[in-house]
Design a protein around this ligand. Structure first.
Ligand code: ADP
Length: 242
């Protein structure tokens, strides 16, 4: 496997407070990587730096061999970096299909109109199939259940054709059935994408995570399998509160 994302010696200082402190973080192409850590560990800040929302104080982020220094958020989206937020971004008055169509329209704007339309339709179909939302395509997003809405957001991300997906707590607030379905969805997406997931739910991690990175006080505490990470006394102390 080759590295799709390489974060080197990254730090960010907010008003003298080091939220990210010398982080090295590499994710290979095709990985499904989970990022965990207690509140305030720096997980969201790390994702914000990768997507260009926050500028690092020092360090580099390299995506597919190219430095992202100076690249703005929309340029990173075009390069293939997509994210979901904890707050919903779906348009409630539009249907599932229209939301996906809109999201897909953001990809490859330089195509001719005709090719672009074909590309959009193909991207929407792929997103509907991957997320299993085809039956709900004509429904307004505003009537979806919490789980369905989360899957729509993931579908909107897929429709943009990213190579790297960054998902912030995708199973928060979900029922156990919805969690299981989301786990299957992430596993399926990771077959042809690289995925980084911020998640707290240990049971979910145990079932679906292979590689886990633990952040604590802005630093990488440990990386490894779920079992390795859980067995580490430092993780038990800072993360599991034991
Ligand atoms: P996590 O996602 O792991 O809960 P965050 O990345 O949100 O952690 O936050 C890491 C630390 O950085 C926290 O102490 C938070 O208060 C601080 N922080 C995050 N963003 C800012 C900001 N824009 N200005 C000042 N402090 C911030």
């Amino acid at each position: 496997m080759t590295a799709l994302l390489e974060v080197r010696d990254l730090s960010v200082v907010f008003d003298g407070f080091r939220a990210i402190d010398g982080v090295d973080f590499t994710v290979d192409s095709g990985e499904l990587r989970f990022l965990i850590g207690p509140n305030g560990a720096g997980k969201t800040t790390l994702i914000d730096i990768i997507t260009g929302l926050t500028k690092p104080t020092t360090g580099t982020v390299v995506f597919d061999g190219n430095s992202l220094a100076g690249k703005r958020e929309h340029e990173r989206v075009r390069l293939g970096i997509g994210r979901t937020f904890q707050t919903s971004v779906v348009f409630e008055d539009l249907t599932v299909l229209e939301n996906l169509d809109l999201a897909a329209s953001f990809r490859r704007p330089l195509w001719s109109l005709l090719r672009r339309r074909k590309g959009v339709i193909a991207a929407v179909e792929q997103a509907l199939e991957t997320t299993g939302l085809a039956d709900l395509a004509p429904r307004k997003a505003g009537v979806l259940s919490h789980g369905q809405r989360q899957w729509l957001e993931i579908g909107m991300l897929i429709a943009q054709g990213p190579r790297l997906l960054l998902l912030d707590e995708p199973v928060a607030g979900m029922s156990s059935d919805e969690r299981a379905r989301t786990g299957e969805l992430l596993t399926s997406i990771a077959k042809d994408h690289t995925v980084i997931v911020i998640e707290h739910d240990m049971e979910f991690l145990r079932r679906y995570a292979s590689q886990v990175t633990v952040l604590h006080e802005g630093k990488v505490l440990i990386e490894g399998s779920v079992d390795e990470v859980r067995a580490d006394p430092r993780v038990q102390e800072v993360y599991l509160g034991r």
